[in-house]
Design a protein around this ligand. Structure first.
Ligand code: FNR
Length: 342
């Protein structure tokens, strides 16, 4: 399968899989505060993410690059990032490391947003040299390393050898000049995985849970012999955040990606202890279906919804979400009980 065709298939199928309306965030409710003693106009959306200071907790997460047609998508995403002060990641740069002719589809994001916070993106199979080249290509401020075992297994042309990943991630962390973020792509992370990453000194972890774009479904749509029994593999974003609980006080920063649909989901992810959230499919949808002006308005709406939640709960700064009482129900509640998380 031609790599650039695969990129285009991913874009098309991703939009179909993240159309689902309900996910684990619907199993969380905030306990209201009828006397919040707060003014809407006096709220602060700044966050600290490892060594970064971000103007918004919303990050445009890794999606694309690697085919000529993806240049426009990355360009539009970079304009949104620039105009709204959002951090942004590009999709896996492994394509450009093998074929320099597609580099522009990635480096366009730095051209559009010379001063923004940008993350490079590679797979855990990358060498230290490839990691350094990916960072250099974007003049990136940070490096994302993605983990996507189930996606690879469902891809007919995918990787089959997953040995030595942790050691390679550690070597990359030791030798790249920017902070490293390890992320899942939508299958979630258990505390055992998180613990291993923290033990090797990874400062930012994106638990990337199920509930939004579903890469098992995306790959099954591309297969002539689908394996649909794996469509629901992994942990939801809420379950993954519960798994990260024990580690949240250990100095690592956590990002929640997977099915964030609006500002109230952002609020819930922060209340579960995330420092920031990533949105991928939601941004893909708006750049594919809206003008830049409307897309910027959509981001304003998400920020407004977050501010509404903050005001109604009486919190001025995002880190105060951690102390807001919540009620967990349904499968998320059962999960917390069985994994003994309170
Ligand atoms: C992705 N994602 C992704 N992640 C990554 O680390 N490297 C990559 O190359 C890609 N490629 C990619 C392509 C497309 C079209 C989409 C929609 C997504 C995964 C992405 O960063 C995120 O983890 C998941 O999409 C879940 O978030 P959403 O989409 O539910 O907000």
């Amino acid at each position: 399968m031609d790599r650039s065709q695969r990129k285009m298939d991913h874009i098309q199928h991703a939009l179909a899989t993240n159309e689902q309306q309900t996910n684990s965030f619907d199993e969380i409710r905030f306990v209201p505060n009828s006397l919040p003693n707060i003014y809407y106009g006096n709220l602060n959306l700044d966050v600290n993410l490892a060594s970064f200071r971000l103007a918004s907790p919303i990050l445009i997460n890794a999606m694309t690059g690697g085919a000529a047609a993806t240049t426009t998508i990355n360009q539009k995403l970079a304009i949104i990032a620039r105009e709204k002060g959002l951090a942004m990641a590009v999709g896996s740069q492994m394509a450009a490391l093998r074929d320099p002719s597609v580099r522009d589809s990635y480096s366009v994001v730095r051209k559009e947003n010379p001063h923004g916070i940008l993350f490079a993106n590679i797979g855990a199979e990358a060498t230290v040299e490839q990691a350094l080249a990916a960072v250099e290509m974007l003049e990136a401020d940070g490096l994302q390393i993605h983990l996507n075992v189930m996606q690879e297994l469902l891809m007919p042309e995918g990787d089959r050898d997953f040995t030595g990943y942790l050691e390679r991630i550690q070597r990359i962390r030791d030798q790249v000049p920017v902070p490293v973020l390890v992320k899942e792509v939508g299958f979630g992370m258990a505390k055992e995985t998180i613990g291993k990453l923290i033990d090797i000194g990874i400062p930012m972890i994106d638990i990337g849970g199920r509930g939004g774009t579903n890469f098992a479904k995306v790959e099954n749509m591309r297969r002539s012999t689908p394996l649909p029994m794996f469509d629901d593999w992994g942990l939801t974003t809420v379950e993954s955040l519960l798994e990260a609980r024990d580690w949240m006080e250990h100095g690592s920063s956590f990002i929640a990606t997977g099915g964030i649909r609006h500002g109230l989901d952002v609020a819930k992810a922060l209340a579960l202890g995330a420092d920031a959230v990533g949105i991928a499919g939601g941004f893909l949808r708006i750049v594919q279906t809206q003008s830049i002006e409307d897309a910027l308005h959509t981001v304003d709406e998400w920020h407004h919804q977050l501010r509404v939640a903050m005001t109604a709960l009486g919190i001025k700064r995002l880190k105060d979400f951690l102390h807001v009482p919540m009620i967990l129900s349904g499968r998320s509640y059962d999960y917390a009980q069985q994994r003994q998380i309170d």
